[in-house]
Write a protein that binds this ligand. Structure first.
Ligand SMILES: *Cc1c(COP(=O)(O)O)cnc(C)c1O
Length: 421
């Protein structure tokens, strides 16, 4: 696509954008009486206006029905997790029985590793990204220790080649092939939080499984960002959060995917609780855990209704927009930002883009590696109403989100950066 760094061009793209009205469904923080330029949807998505109503509705249910709210009203709490299932399945390309919303992200990562990281003295390694999101690093490290292994030998980290910023798929596959015989689990992000690199999950899962290990993905930065086909890609498990691209509010609930191959395998070890127990006999309160079919059998506790209600309101918006349309706009929006940043940088040499240049290898994010002026640039943007994200040592991340960012937002961000001195 051909881009021009002009206001008129940005406005034309906005007029042509079939998703432009979705912006009206979100609440933007204000700066000097105007919407901020919000480029932080990869950290905390903006608030959909419908969430307030959804939360008030559940408060009313509670006020009106007390404990009977579990069985009364349109969305009885007893079954609440099910009301999120079909939409979650569409979002990640899964069968309904392969997904469940429960807990929070790192907790679900642990629960999945309980089932899918079963090290033996011959096969005990986990392959993951070097510099993965810290919570994932700590989760993996603690799982390895808990099984009595040493993280120094059990964790194999995938790092970019010297002088490169992102991983080459062939290099990932080669490491899996080389270490495969001793590997129990390959666990990567779907989209790397730092560089925005979107991995080839299908190829990675196939390589992991060829070598006899499981393949799991943390989709914190991929869910609601990339088009996912977890079932067809034959991924073993995946987890994601709902408060980044999925706009469900701070600390919002997590989703989990377990491929149908494993979903009915009652022999898979897991940590159990009453909500994962066969629903038809759950309230008989008897001894002997009998898991629900599919991912629902990994539930432990009853549904967190307020978080789930917010998430449901947000998933309704994703259903209305559709991931294919969102991705199409996302490619344009990120491409436009890239074009503008390159133009600015050709004159200034302020930063280097570390996100892959190939649109198929990234989501809606551009990360800039800056020099010692980076923090000043970041603070200047904030003072002028542009909200981005700062990561040590010197990285600024921008996420142009197709649901609520406009091409004009991107143009105005570029103008601000161009005016920085
Ligand atoms: C955001 C994020 C987390 C956060 O985990 P919580 O348990 O939701 O606090 C974990 N891992 C990755 C890769 C993330 O991007």
């Amino acid at each position: 696509m051909h881009y021009e760094n002009t206001h008129a061009f940005a406005r034309q793209l906005d007029r042509d954008d079939s998703l432009r009205s979705f912006r009206e469904q979100f609440i933007f923080p204000q700066h000097n009486g105007e919407n901020v330029l919000y480029f932080c949807g990869n950290s905390l998505g903006l608030q959909p206006k419908t969430i307030r109503h959804a939360l008030l509705h559940e408060l009313d249910q509670w006020a009106t029905h007390g404990v009977e709210g579990h069985f009364r009203g349109e969305l009885p709490w007893m079954y609440y997790h099910k009301f999120l299932t079909d939409q979650s399945a569409r979002l990640v390309g899964a069968l309904p029985q392969e997904v469940v919303v429960m807990n929070t992200l790192t907790v679900n990562l642990h629960l999945m590793m309980v089932s899918f990281y079963r090290p033996t003295p011959e096969r005990y390694k986990i392959i993951m990204e070097a510099g993965a999101f810290p919570s994932d690093q700590y989760a993996v490290e603690s799982q390895v220790r808990w099984h009595g292994y040493d993280p120094a030998t059990a964790i194999v980290e995938l790092a970019p080649r010297a002088g490169e910023d992102t991983l080459r798929t062939d290099d990932i596959l080669q490491v899996i092939e080389k270490e495969g015989g001793a590997t129990a689990l390959v666990m990567l992000g779907g989209v790397n939080y730092y560089t925005g690199q979107l991995y080839d999950m299908e190829k990675i899962a196939a390589a992991a499984q060829r070598s006899g290990s499981f393949a799991g993905f943390d989709l914190a930065h991929a869910a609601g960002n990339a088009v996912l086909k977890l079932h067809d890609w034959n991924v073993d498990f995946a987890v994601w959060c709902s408060y980044k691209y999925l706009n469900s509010g701070p600390g919002g609930p997590s989703g989990a995917f377990v491929h149908e191959r494993h979903g009915d395998n009652a022999a898979l070890p897991r940590f159990a609780g009453w909500w994962g127990h066969d629903e038809s006999v759950r309230f008989q309160m008897k001894k002997g855990f009998k898991p629900m079919r599919g991912a629902a059998g990994w539930q432990i506790s009853n549904a967190q209704i307020f978080g789930f209600a917010a998430h449901k309101a947000s998933l309704d918006i994703f259903d209305a927009a559709g991931m294919d349309r969102l991705r199409a706009k996302s490619l344009q929006l990120t491409g436009f930002l890239e074009h503008i940043l390159d133009e600015i940088n050709s004159a200034r040499n302020l930063f280097r883009i570390i996100t892959p240049r190939n649109p198929d290898e990234r989501g809606c994010q551009i990360s800039l590696l800056t020099d010692q002026r980076g923090k000043t640039l970041f603070d200047y943007l904030a003072e002028n109403g542009a909200i981005a994200d700062w990561r040590e040592p010197n990285v600024i991340r921008f996420a142009p989100v197709p649901l609520y960012n406009s091409f004009e937002d991107v143009y105005r961000l570029g103008k601000l950066i161009a005016d920085f001195n």
